[in-house]
Design a protein around this ligand. Structure first.
Ligand SMILES: [Zn+2]
Length: 97
């Protein structure tokens, strides 16, 4: 009978395993300008959101107070940035979320 076949099929599917979707591993944290403390790595001046310039150094984008600081940062990244790309004058004691 069709009904019994349906019931068999249903019973086969009945014990549904609890599917837990594991979230994919978080990608390496790339600090964006928005998350970064808005302080110019070169002169230490605070940069208001939407203000200042952005420069790319070693694949990271940094907010700087103006183009002059951006040029300086590009010219001497080691002077202002740690090996991991963090600005040397960034607050190290601030824990990420
Ligand atoms: Zn600056």
């Amino acid at each position: 009978m069709l009904v019994s076949a349906f019931l068999v099929a249903l019973s086969l599917h009945a014990p549904l395993p609890a599917v837990t979707l594991t979230a994919p591993a978080e990608p390496p944290v790339v600090m964006t300008v928005a998350e970064a403390s808005a302080v110019c790595p070169v002169c230490g001046k605070a940069i208001a959101p939407g203000e200042g310039s952005k420069v790319m150094v070693r694949g990271h984008e940094y907010a700087v107070s103006d183009k002059g600081c951006g040029d300086e940062l590009v010219a001497n990244p080691d002077k202002y940035l740690d090996a991991d790309g963090t600005a040397k004058n960034a607050k190290k004691d601030t824990k990420p979320m």
